[in-house]
Ligand binder design. Sequence first.
Ligand SMILES: Cc1cc2nc3c(=O)[nH]c(=O)nc-3n(C[C@H](O)[C@H](O)[C@H](O)COP(=O)(O)OP(=O)(O)OC[C@H]3O[C@@H](n4cnc5c(N)ncnc54)[C@H](O)[C@@H]3O)c2cc1C
Ligand code: SF4
Ligand code: SF4
Length: 326
Amino acid sequence: MNEIKKDGNGKHPVRVGVYICHCGTNISKIVDVAYIAEQIAAQPNVVVSKHSKFMCSEPGQELIINDIGAQNLNRVVVAACSPLMHENTFRTAVERGGLNRYFFEMVNIREQVSWVTVDHHAATQKARALIRGAVARVILHQPLEMRRVPIGRRVMIIGGGIAGIEAALLIADAGYEVVLVEKEESIGGHMAKFDKTFPTLDCAACILTPKMVAVGHHPRIRLMTFAELEEVKGYIGSFVVKVRKKARYVKTELCNSCGMCYEACPSQPYPLDRKLILGDKVFKEGRPAKKRLPKPLVAKYDLTLFTGAQPMPEQAIKPKVGVETR
Ligand SMILES: Cc1cc2nc3c(=O)[nH]c(=O)nc-3n(C[C@H](O)[C@H](O)[C@H](O)COP(=O)(O)OP(=O)(O)OC[C@H]3O[C@@H](n4cnc5c(N)ncnc54)[C@H](O)[C@@H]3O)c2cc1C
Ligand code: SF4
Ligand code: SF4
């Protein structure tokens, strides 16, 4: 006879029911479910240990519900598939049997055991160990109650690359307020550095710039560039975030992005050249060091490397004007 220990409060004897699913033959062709059921039956607090063909079926769920009443169970373990698939099914069954739905533990012996090995012995040992662990854990479970809490319907996105920009627009269009934080002076991320994008060879700027402008003008998006996160407190639905805005030394409400200050700035805070590294190839777009007048640069991108297209004749390559990075 099994030793029956009391629960965490020392009040009630804990009576566990364990159910091992065959999933047709998905589990049972690799894992020896009958052997494990027999082994687990000897574990302290286990009152019922059974195996069944399809635990998620109505007869499978009825098995649990009936045993809760007949065997006075107050904890349930099901070893079957992924909790993502059927945890809710079994929690509901446990509730239908009259127990708190959180007096339940699920073990995944399909995706994490039978589907990932052909070794019967190792699979059976692993499944048994996982179920033993679940039994030990469910004994410590406390009854939980679900409740609703108010949440802030505002989203912060960290990073204004194409992913952050697209997410900000989608979320804002769905009616939520968005705060988009970017550590650099401008949003755009990597995509702002490209000429064309693989595999369609679409012009990167043609895709990106309308989205950047849309972000800047969207009534529900607050854009914080040249800013970085300092602290995050709180929890899902109620975060409090501290953001440090770095000094620009420019009145942004007056600046029209003409770029003249680049010419006059004694510290030259902008890069003198820009590099793209693709594998072991480095592509450079240089700025004229002394004469700061924009000078056409010849495009050096060899797109045949990536597309398999025929190389363009030399004269067909159009001059490319150096792009300023802001
Ligand atoms: C050389 C190169 C060539 C590529 N070519 C192609 C191509 O041809 N076709 C294609 O489809 N893809 C290509 N890619 C991939 C593509 O560029 C990326 O997948 C895409 O740009 C990633 O966008 P992202 O928004 O996720 O990240 P990023 O563009 O990296 O943006 C991240 C943003 O987050 C900001 N950030 C980072 N940390 C913080 C922080 N702590 N606080 C605030 N802001 C932060 C960064 O400053 C940046 O603006 C290429 C990538 C590289 C590097
Ligand atoms: S509970 Fe999961 S493992 Fe069992 S029969 Fe249903 S789907 Fe298959
Ligand atoms: S010079 Fe042009 S880009 Fe520079 S701060 Fe003034 S308005 Fe802005």
